[in-house]
Design a protein around this ligand. Structure first.
Ligand SMILES: [Zn+2]
Length: 328
């Protein structure tokens, strides 16, 4: 901790072993509404649980290379509502997901058609809190086509929509995403616009949508900028997420940002709303989220099985002394 009580840059970096920020947020609960746990390890789950993350949403997304068959989408969606939810429960974290065709793979139209056919088999499943993450990547005609089709699907299922806004030409892409959602008659209160920055937030809030912010280490939206956004706009309809995936990212971005907000004088109520409650309010419109459930996973028995499999490898005992240098 630095001289004036603020966390230094080093302390907030993902690889820092200094966990003193945890004292700042002791006893607080967090909800990460955008994190790709399939790409993360059990250590990440453990660290998130230790930092106070009690529940999360895993949006369906792009896996880093294009899929070649609809069967791999089917298996992926199945794992989001099956194995990954189980894995999360083994660390006491309630797992929800959103299901959708991501913007990048919407450009393979032949495959996209097949994916659209199986989406209705998944979006009505237990724990699916929205259609997502959908929207624009390169802002192509195919992306628009499947974005529109999925907005209709969400409307029909009365589910919230989780929108991925493009990293290139973000302002235009964000405006266009909202225009199209309104054109399809969606209530902005049912739409969570993700990956905002200082350039997009005002319009998103003014138009009545939810504004989600992804905290990216080293680039884009760092959490010091996030603190400034909260100072300027308050916490109404704003939520913070990590979007941690297979790339360089930080699954502790939500608790770390809460710690930084606290250090920099943001009111507890605003931290509570931006790092926990607002995401629940938005996604609970699916009828799938009950905060009481967050406690039900607390009785953890890591020897439990899912379809005959546990997270313990041959003969392992559940690990308790995770910080010990001796690994046994
Ligand atoms: Zn994502």
């Amino acid at each position: 901790m630095c001289c004036n009580g603020n966390l230094t840059e080093k302390e907030l970096q993902p690889n820092s072993n200094d966990t003193s920020y945890l004292d700042t947020i002791k006893g607080m609960r967090f909800f990460d509404p955008h994190v790709h746990m399939t790409s993360r390890t059990t250590d990440d789950y453990q660290a998130m649980a230790d930092a106070g993350v009690v529940a999360l949403i895993e949006p369906a997304f792009w896996l880093g290379q294009p899929r070649t068959a609809v069967g791999t989408f089917r298996d992926y969606y199945s794992s989001l509502i099956g194995w990954e939810r189980f894995r999360s429960s083994q660390f006491g974290i309630k797992h929800y997901c959103t299901i959708g065709l991501n913007s990048r793979e919407a450009n393979n139209e032949a495959l996209a058609e097949q994916v659209m056919e199986i989406l209705p088999l998944f979006i009505y499943k237990e724990g699916v809190v929205g259609v997502g993450e959908i929207g624009f990547d390169d802002q192509t005609a195919a992306e628009e086509k499947y974005y529109r089709l999925q907005l209709e699907l969400a409307k029909e299922a009365n589910l919230p929509v989780q929108i991925h806004t493009p990293h290139r030409d973000k302002k235009k892409g964000t405006t266009r995403s909202m225009d199209i959602a309104l054109e399809h008659g969606l209530d902005p209160y049912m739409v969570i616009v993700d990956h905002n920055n200082e350039e997009t937030v005002r319009e998103v809030l003014d138009r009545g949508f939810w504004a989600a912010f992804t905290i990216y280490p080293f680039t884009k939206m760092g959490n010091e900028r996030m603190v400034e956004v909260i100072k300027q706009y308050g916490s109404e309809r704003i939520m913070v997420n990590s979007a941690a995936d297979w790339g360089i990212s930080d699954p502790l971005a939500v608790p770390k940002t809460a710690a930084l907000m606290k250090q920099r004088g943001i009111k507890d109520e605003d931290i509570f709303l931006a790092t926990y409650k607002n995401a629940i309010t938005a996604f609970a419109q699916s009828g799938q989220i009950d905060e009481a459930d967050f406690n039900s996973d607390k009785e953890i028995d890591q020897s439990q099985k899912f379809n005959g499999n546990t997270i313990l490898r041959g003969g392992q005992q559940p690990r308790i002394d995770k910080n010990a240098i001796i690994i046994k």
